[in-house]
Design a protein around this ligand. Structure first.
Ligand code: FES
Length: 101
């Protein structure tokens, strides 16, 4: 299990655990965090799963980079949750939900 600390748009802090093999987007939505609209279902084409991810050196794919470049609230630690697969050995993740675009 991977520990996840989430800060919602409203500022609430929530602790969750994730199973390896699933996307972080699925994990947060199934955990009841409805700030993540995920309108495209995880196909990297809506950016409604935009977050700021701390303590992570995850790579960003070219499609993901294009989507992030289109956002007003992009930061250096921006990431699309649907593009993050939870894998064994991942460190604790700190996720802040980005403002709605
Ligand atoms: S769910 Fe649409 S880009 Fe992530």
């Amino acid at each position: 299990m991977i520990n996840i600390h989430v800060v919602t748009r409203g500022g609430s802090s929530i602790h969750m655990q994730a199973d390896p093999g699933r996307s972080l987007m699925e994990t947060l939505r199934e955990g009841g965090i409805d700030d993540i609209a995920a309108l495209c279902g995880g196909n990297c084409s809506c950016a409604t799963c935009h977050v700021y991810l701390e303590n992570s050196a995850l790579e960003i794919g070219s499609d993901e980079a294009d989507m992030l470049d289109s956002l007003l609230h992009q930061r250096p630690n921006s990431k699309l949750l649907c593009q993050v697969e939870v894998v064994e050995g991942m460190n604790d993740l700190h996720v802040e939900i980005a403002p709605e675009e």
